[in-house]
Design a protein around this ligand. Structure first.
Ligand code: UDP
Ligand code: MG
Length: 324
C-alpha cells in the first residue's frame, strides 16, 4: 500500500443528460465521500463533468452542482465532439491534477460500486484497471449479439481489446501522461489503452439499465464507432483486400483458359449469363475494396490536418482549486 492515499478524479462525459444528471450526480458524490472515509482516496478528490456541447440544460446543471459542492467540477467543450473526444478532454484535463482517474458514463448503467475494487487494485499496484461487464442481460438481444461478434472480429483483426470492456476504467496519471503522447486524431480509447502497457487488471461488474433519459448511440453511431475501432487499430482489412485480389487473379486465369477452350471448341455464344454474373461480382468486390481503402485514406487525410480533438470553452469557477 502507498503511504499517502491517492487523489481521484472521476471523469464523466455528458451529452444532453439533463434528465439523468440530477439523479446520478449525488451517487458519484457519495462514492467519493465513502472512499475518502475508508482512507482509500485523499480528501481533494473530485467529480469532473465534461459537457460535450449539450443542447439542453446539462451545462447549467453542472455549474449549479459545482456551486453547491466543491467536489463537483465541470469543463465545457465548444461543441459536440462525441463520447470518445469528450472523455479524452476530461482525462487530459485531469491528468496533471490527480493521481488516478476513473472514467464512467453519467447514466448510472455502470455499477458505481465497482470503483472500490478498482481503487483497491490500484493500491495493489495496477496502473490501469478495466471495468468488465459480467453479463449483458440489460442489453437488447440485438446489441448483445452484435457487440459480442464485434469483439471477436476486432481480436481477429489483430486489435487488442478487453472483452466486454467499454470505457469504465481506472487509469493512473502516469499512464495518462504517456497516453497524451498518442497524437492521433482517430481515437478509440478502449483499444488504445492496452497499447500504453503498464500493469493492468480487470474488475467485473453488472451493467444496469439507464437510470433515466435515452441512449445517444443509435445504430448509425454504433456502426461508426465499430468501423473507427477496426480502422484505427488494424490494417488487416487492407491485407484481406490484397488477398482477395490475388484470389480473383487466380480465378480469372482459370476462366481465361476456359474461354480459350470454349472458343476453339466453337460454342462461344451461350455463356452470356455467366459473363454478367462475373462482371457484377467483380464490380461489387472492387467497390467494397475501394471503400475500405478510402476509409483509410480518409483517416490519413484527417491525421495530416492535426486538428485539435476538442476545444474547452468554459470551466466551472472552482476548477482550479486544489491543483496538485
Ligand atoms: N456522450 C457524449 N457525447 C456524445 C454522446 C454520448 O459525451 O456525443 C456521453 C453520454 O452522455 C454518456 C456516455 O457518453 O455519459 C455514453 O452514452 P450513452 O449512454 O448514450 O450510450 P450507451 O450506454 O447507450 O452505449
Ligand atoms: Mg449508457
Amino acid at each position: 500500500m502507498t503511504t499517502k492515499s491517492p487523489k481521484l478524479i472521476i471523469v464523466i462525459p455528458c451529452y444532453n443528460e439533463e434528465e439523468v444528471l440530477p439523479i446520478t450526480a449525488p451517487l458519484f458524490l457519495n462514492k467519493i465521500q465513502s472512499l475518502v472515509s475508508k482512507n482509500m482516496i485523499s480528501e481533494g478528490s473530485k467529480v469532473l463533468f465534461v459537457n460535450d456541447g449539450s443542447k439542453d440544460r446539462t451545462w447549467e446543471i453542472i455549474t449549479d452542482l459545482s456551486n453547491s459542492d466543491k467536489v463537483y467540477e465541470g469543463i465545457c467543450l465548444s461543441r459536440n465532439r462525441g463520447h470518445q473526444n469528450a472523455l479524452l478532454a476530461g482525462l487530459m484535463y485531469a491528468k496533471d491534477k490527480c493521481d488516478i482517474t476513473i472514467s464512467i458514463d453519467c447514466d448510472g448503467q455502470d455499477d458505481i460500486d465497482a470503483m472500490d475494487k478498482m481503487v483497491e487494485e490500484y493500491l495493489n499496484g495496477a496502473e490501469i484497471v478495466y471495468g468488465v461487464r459480467d453479463n449483458r442481460d440489460s442489453d437488447t438481444f440485438f446489441k448483445r449479439s452484435t457487440a459480442q461478434g464485434y469483439y471477436k472480429l476486432l481480436n481477429k483483426m489483430g486489435a487488442e481489446v478487453v472483452y466486454n470492456h467499454a470505457d469504465y476504467r481506472l487509469a493512473s496519471s502516469k499512464v495518462l501522461k504517456e497516453f497524451s503522447k498518442f497524437d492521433e486524431v482517430n481515437i478509440y480509447l478502449r483499444g488504445m489503452f492496452p497499447l500504453v502497457g503498464f500493469k493492468s487488471t480487470c474488475v467485473y461488474y453488472k451493467r444496469h439499465e439507464r437510470l433515466s433519459g435515452k441512449s445517444h448511440y443509435p445504430i448509425s453511431k454504433m456502426l461508426t464507432l465499430a468501423i473507427d475501432g477496426i480502422t484505427s487499430l488494424s490494417i488487416k482489412p487492407i491485407r484481406i483486400i490484397t488477398g482477395l485480389g490475388i484470389l480473383m487473379a487466380i480465378v480469372s486465369l482459370v476462366l481465361i483458359i476456359y474461354v480459350f477452350v470454349s472458343y476453339f471448341s466453337g460454342n462461344t455464344v451461350h455463356g452470356w449469363s455467366s459473363n454478367v454474373i462475373i462482371v457484377l461480382l467483380i464490380g461489387g468486390i472492387q467497390m467494397i475494396s475501394l471503400g475500405v481503402i478510402g476509409e483509410y485514406v480518409g483517416k490519413i487525410y484527417l491525421e495530416t490536418k492535426h486538428r485539435p480533438k476538442f476545444i474547452i470553452s468554459e470551466t466551472t469557477e472552482n476548477s482550479d482549486i486544489d491543483n496538485k
